[in-house]
Design a protein around this ligand. Structure first.
Ligand code: G3H
Length: 520
């Protein structure tokens, strides 16, 4: 078993098992259980992490709760300072963390480094944005609303008022205080495909807004996530503020998501999120649950641009992105030309291990590869045109474009999360929009045309959280709003939206004496 525990990160190891992180310390689970992380390329155990018990989860929740109370009173500039420090440490550790990503989730080597650097940038941006957004205030007077005297002033601030103001001052200056206050303990559950970036996209907004964190990383990606948490540890955040529990979903999954100590759940992943949202305990939810992002191609589109974006959007990280292009809906009159261009580019994709920085690497698990194969065989049986020969070795699946896919095929609707892309030929734009809108998903979509007016009308008609015009779907830049509708999610992400989502409004009203009151 290879270990990533080199240098300072080795303090997180207990024998050959990575410790979990609670109350500012790296701990061995008293359960005696560990969970194996299988390298998707070698299909051998790469790492092991602790299998935390429910008792340990209870303790973590308690320490997160106590730490949050003090943190909420920590000045914004101090919170931001620590986040900037964590971002810098994370970037310093990009090589060993990227190595974990390569080994745990078979992310191509360069993309793995990009994920870590992007995460450091996200944390820094979040610190800056938090200082601005949470530092803003507003002043309202009551006689601006019909029927009111000037007897109430409303000062809105986005942080706790922690300073005691003597009554005399209050009567003059503050009559209604509206605060956006932290929610408390945020349960962050990122997915395997971005175990670092989609963890910090939850952690950083939560922290700048004054919350504490309990992170449950995915099993594949848990060591990368622990390494990232270690960077926050080195930055010197207070004990208990950030915690990371590892273990089997069957043991602690529901226990965590239904835990009474949790005040908000931010989840990115598959349809487990739908089950979580049904069971969640009346807490605010932020969910991103995948998509079937459609790429609608009109007759006047620049087909070279479309082909390049289909390759980038459909096949980067072997299609294992929620924002991957997952169905191409192309006008029949340009379909042959487009398919030819895409096929030429598919032929140039390198296939192999992530260490070689191959374009197409093994998918995350054997069960995932089996699922993709099921979709491919279904399409074959129902008569789809295979533009390439279907080829699989272990978890490695060669890139495959399926032409002439029809709506009766599973792959027209289900997301393979792999390097297999269906093409549906359409005879009208409406047919494309209808297919997109008939999906259970509504994350992103894209439209290619030179006619901006048409593009905007199509964007308006597509029932998705985002539509990209003349580019493949993508979440980034990370400060852009990011949201899905229907089975693709709840709420909006992006740095500012996450900061706002992880706070709540609290109003305190102070009333003036009636207008007839005289001071003399
Ligand atoms: O897999 C889901 C991610 O949110 C997609 O992010 O568009 O940056 O690859 P991305």
């Amino acid at each position: 078993m290879a270990l990533a525990g080199t240098g300072v990160f080795s303090e997180t190891l207990e024998g050959d098992v990575y410790n979990y992180y609670a109350d500012g310390e790296w701990k061995k689970s008293s359960s005696g259980n560990s969970v194996a992380i299988i390298n998707p390329t070698t299909r051998m155990t790469q790492y092991k992490v602790q299998g935390c018990s429910r008792e340990e989860v209870n303790k973590v929740m308690n320490s997160a709760k106590s730490a949050q109370k003090l943190w909420a009173k920590t000045p914004l500039w101090k919170r931001a300072e620590l986040l900037h420090k964590a971002a810098a440490i994370l970037k310093e550790h990009k090589a060993p963390i990227a190595e974990c990503l390569v080994k745990e989730i078979a992310k191509p080597a360069k993309d793995a480094v990009t994920e870590v650097v992007r995460s450091g940038d996200l944390i820094s941006y979040c610190a800056e944005e938090g200082v601005r957004v949470l530092g803003e205030g507003k002043f309202l007077v009551s006689d601006s609303f019909p029927g009111n005297e000037r007897t109430k002033y409303c000062l809105t601030s986005k942080v706790y008022f922690t300073t005691y103001l003597p009554p005399a001052t209050l009567q003059v200056t503050i009559h209604i205080i509206v605060c956006l206050i932290p929610l408390g303990v945020i349960l962050a559950i990122p997915p395997f495909n971005y175990p670092v970036n989609l963890a910090v996209s939850k952690i950083a907004p939560a922290l700048i807004a004054g919350n504490s964190i309990v992170l449950k990383p995915p099993t594949q990606g848990a060591v990368s996530a622990l390494h990232m948490v270690h960077c926050f540890h080195l930055a010197g955040f207070p004990k208990g503020l950030i915690n990371c529990v590892t273990g089997k979903g069957s043991e602690i999954g529901d226990f965590l998501t239904m835990h009474p100590g949790v005040n908000c759940i931010s989840f990115t992943g598959g349809d487990t999120g739908i089950a979580i949202s049904k069971k969640a305990n009346m807490v605010p939810l932020q969910m991103e649950l995948g998509g079937k992002d459609a790429c609608i191609v009109l007759e006047d589109a620049d087909l070279d641009l479309v082909a390049a974006n289909i390759i980038k959007g459909g096949f980067s990280y072997s299609g294992q992105r929620c924002t991957a292009v997952k169905v191409v809906l192309v006008m029949e009159s340009v379909a042959d030309a487009l398919v030819e261009k895409v096929n030429a580019k598919v032929a140039n994709l390198s296939v192999g291990p992530p260490e070689n920085d191959s374009d197409i690497t093994p998918v995350v698990s054997e069960s995932s590869a089996n699922f993709i194969e099921g979709l491919v065989l279904d399409a074959k049986e129902k008569g789809a045109t295979f533009c390439q020969e279907y080829k699989r070795e272990g978890n490695l699946i060669w890139p495959l474009l399926l032409d002439n896919v029809r709506p009766d095929m599973r792959i027209a609707w289900e997301e393979p999360f792999g390097p297999v892309l269906p093409v549906i030929r359409i005879n009208s734009v409406e047919e494309g929009i209808n297919h997109c809108n008939a999906s259970n998903f509504g994350l992103q979509g894209c439209v290619f045309t030179k006619d901006v007016n048409k593009a905007i009308l199509i964007s308006d008609a597509m029932e998705t959280g985002t539509v990209q015009i003349n580019s493949a779907p993508a979440r980034g830049p990370d400060h852009f709003p990011f949201q899905g509708i229907k089975d693709s999610g709840i709420g909006s992400q992006g740095i500012t939206n996450s900061i706002n989502m992880m706070t709540r409004v609290k109003t305190t009203v102070i009333n003036l004496p009636s207008p007839s009151y005289t001071m003399g």
